[in-house]
Design a binder for this molecule. Structure first.
Ligand SMILES: *Cc1c(COP(=O)(O)O)cnc(C)c1O
Length: 391
């Protein structure tokens, strides 16, 4: 442990299991620590740094915005916020956007938006159905719909009216529906829960159930959104549309920003002036990051790029299943994939770190691959080479 880690350990509240590395700078898909050691990054800071590191165009736009203004509050309009909202509207196909500072805060907003909709319509509905193995964040509302006992129990009692169904099991969802059900919330591809993709039948079934029963469908796209699965947003691959959605992680390429969005039909009956707010939300710096990220995504055709590199990654991971007894299955889509392994996760991630590869776990037995979306086929090969040593 070096001096920096020692000092940090004495000053910070210990809430993270950290790798013994002090990162200093990055370039493309590579990171460098304070000793100058190079790492290939297949973690992207939890699926955040979609454009990799030191993207000149993004950085120049951010610096230019800093010199103009980076905070206004929502007492006043600012041009960057309006532009970013237009851009998100276009790529989501939703009608109304609210900017937050994080994913958990975006999820909070979706839940409040759904409750307000029921309140204003006078339906008396307030219950949420969420999924087992889901992850929606750490604030009270978000943790209340998170399907892991360990994340919930120490903080009970939580928001009342939440029940948990089995992911990809429509009957288990139907069994929980009551005349008080307000919304169903799910990740179209579960991240923290172990890289579980929703089946087409499940997504379409939830949409139909919601339509029949007068329930709102909320998609949490905080991790699986913004190109990561090979669609701009994961739900777009299912030929359905949610009523409300959350996003964050990759939408600002690492500048802290999130958002939730809804259809006009929901917005008409939902949050109004005085109902909801956030001091930093929609600030010009975060919004510049969103607009610039979207611009670069479109210019570089990153969604198509993810489809191509993602297919190659699947092929390479499937070869590992053939080759290694300890690798059981390949999961996920695009550049949000994982392998199910029988060895302890921390042994593999620790060994990879020593060899210069950053990877992280998901759930209890999955190694997750969520690199910057700009990686090339050669970097998949490089990752596989190092991973084999770690396995
Ligand atoms: C990370 C994550 C969140 C929470 O986002 P924070 O920015 O950490 O608050 C919510 N939902 C999903 C699906 C996530 O992966």
């Amino acid at each position: 442990m070096n001096e920096y880690m020692k000092e940090t350990n004495e000053a910070l509240l210990h809430t993270y299991n950290q790798f013994p590395v002090v990162l200093e700078r990055g370039e493309g898909a590579y990171l460098y620590d304070t000793e100058g050691k190079k790492y290939l990054d297949f973690a992207a800071g939890y699926a955040v740094s979609s454009l990799g590191y030191a993207d000149k165009e993004l950085n120049d736009a951010l610096k230019e915005q800093i010199d103009k203004i980076f905070h206004t509050s929502n007492l006043y309009y600012n041009t960057a916020c309006g532009k970013a909202a237009e851009d998100l509207k276009r790529i989501t196909g939703m009608d109304r956007i609210f900017f937050t500072n994080s994913g958990g805060e975006a999820v909070e907003g979706t839940l409040k938006a759904a409750r307000k909709y029921a309140y204003k319509k006078g339906t008396g509905r307030y219950e949420f159905i969420a999924m087992k193995e889901s992850f929606h964040g750490r604030s009270f509302g978000a943790v209340s719909v998170t399907g892991h006992d360990a994340y919930r129990e120490p903080f009970e009692p939580l928001v009342p009216g939440v029940s948990f169904a089995q992911y990809n099991d429509l009957d288990s969802v139907k069994a929980l529906v009551t005349d008080k059900t307000c919304a169903i919330i799910l990740e179209p591809l579960q991240g923290e829960g172990g890289i579980n993709a929703a089946t087409e039948e499940f997504m379409k079934g939830i949409r139909k159930l919601c339509d029949e029963e007068g329930i709102l469908m909320i998609c949490d796209e905080v991790q699986c959104g913004m190109g990561r699965t090979g669609a701009m947003f994961a739900w777009q691959a299912y030929d359905i549309k949610p009523d409300i959605m959350s996003m964050a992680k990759a939408i600002g390429s690492g500048i802290p920003v999130g958002a939730f969005a809804m259809t006009e039909e929901v917005a008409k009956y939902s949050l109004e002036p005085g109902d909801h707010g956030t001091t930093y939300g929609g600030n010009p710096l975060a919004c510049t990051a969103v607009s610039k990220t979207i611009e670069i995504f479109e210019k570089k055709h990153l969604v198509e790029h993810v489809q191509k590199v993602g297919a190659y990654l699947t092929k390479k991971l499937e070869e590992l299943v053939e080759e290694y007894d300890t690798v059981k299955a390949v999961k996920g889509k695009g550049l949000m994939q994982g392998i199910q392994v029988t060895k302890p996760i921390s042994e593999i991630t620790g060994a990879a770190l020593k060899e210069g590869l950053l990877i992280i776990g998901a759930g209890s037995d999955v190694i997750r691959f969520v690199p910057p979306l700009i990686i090339e086929l050669e970097q998949v090969d490089e990752m596989i080479r190092i991973l084999k040593k770690a396995l």
